[in-house]
Design a protein around this ligand. Sequence first.
Ligand code: ADP
Length: 487
Amino acid sequence: MKEIFIAGEWRMGRGEPSKSFFPADMSLNAEFSTASLEDVAEAIEVADRAWRDSSWRDLLPTERAKVLFRFADILERDREALAQLQMRDNGKPLYETRGLVASAIATTRYVASTLETMDNELTNQRMHDAITLSLYEPLGVIAAITPWNSPIASEVQKLVPALAGGNAVILKPAEATSLIALELAKRLEEAGLPKGILSVLPGRGSVVGNAIVNHPLVKKISFTGGTNTGRALAHIAAERLITTSLELGGKSPTIVLDDANIELAVNGVIYGIFSSVGQACIAGSRLFVHRSLYNVFLAKLIEKTAALRVGHPEDPATQVGPVISEQHLANIDRYVQQAVAEGGKIEIGGKRLLAGELAKGSYYAPTIITGLSNRDSVCQEEIFGPVLVVLPFEDEASLIAEANDSIYGLSAGIWTENYRRAWQLARRLEAGTIWINTYKKFSISTPFGGYKESGIGREKGRLGILSYMQQKSIFLSLDDTPNPWCD
Ligand code: ADP
């Protein structure tokens, strides 16, 4: 059984042991221990002490950056092994997990470079007898809680900026995918992160996660996961008066206007929904197609979806792998059955795939459904699977109203050859990220986060580190004049 990383030590956690399975054939990847409530308390107390003892927070930014650059080099050295492990842990095809590892490496280098070049401020001078400064200081112990869909990318995206800001971190990975977080800890240790500054505490969200966010020494919750969990965490943070950054669910609209380049749009729509088997908060799961193109577009969409290569994640030809678990597959299928009950027509897919080797894993067919309205539950609720609903539209005013008729606002896609129309539409859509004539592109330099119930706060960008810091103003007197009352 695998040890976990508690308070700077590799040892068995005192919680119930847990297991990681390969979704392609349900074989066992590893058994690992999880944290108990005592482990949580110990890790947080040690993290707070390690943070206060100045071995990390008082390093010069360039010295902290050096550790992070070393970490990036170590990730690069081990990139293939990490991509393989990530593939086994959550079943994503190797081409995708290689991309996730590359993104983690680039994120680390970008954040380390940003840290090297970050300035504090000498604020505008408003008096002759004092200098005024604004400094950024760390918050203390950060709780980083991550989901199972892209662990290495989402974990590094939280860990590295939080550490760059001089904080300590308690990382709680998702139950199904805890292995990468432990590997990241090993490599941060090797890179020279001081002991106790990081703990990785696998375990159940409702137990271990809940204990972490309620601990009085935790000063910020950085969470990626479901909207309901995010809302519960926001309540706790409000009660405790600590800050949160919440990256939550989505039900993103993709819009194909009447002047779109059809070939490009069909490819983009398919990639936007079926890559990662739709297990992405940004999946383009609601497709609005202008009525004049609808039949032609739908026919091409079905034809290209039928040609997608569903298969074993290790096969370089595979585009669509298994979903994370049997339980998740059952949830996806339940939504599809609900769509049919609401009057939807399954144009393709709509079932589990059981042919040959696929029978060993949790494979669900890429699915396209028509005949529904945007108000139907499969258009309103996040499925987190390979299910696309196609809806025709006629005029732009009703299109905008329907696209925005969602509790979510994470992302949206627009396909048109007219950039003026795209710009106007982009400004009217209520979403944190808009892709025009592309989809699912990411950049660490560009902030990411949600409107509405898709989240609070932004990750990435030059301001990413500052979201793990607080400002301190300093007034430095330049003369000996006493304050009033004393003279
Ligand atoms: P998903 O549906 O993507 O699994 P969840 O919101 O359930 O999203 O889980 C995301 C992360 O949040 C996981 O690491 C999970 O263990 C954790 N989590 C779930 N419930 C809680 C909770 N009550 N308190 C803290 N963390 C939680």
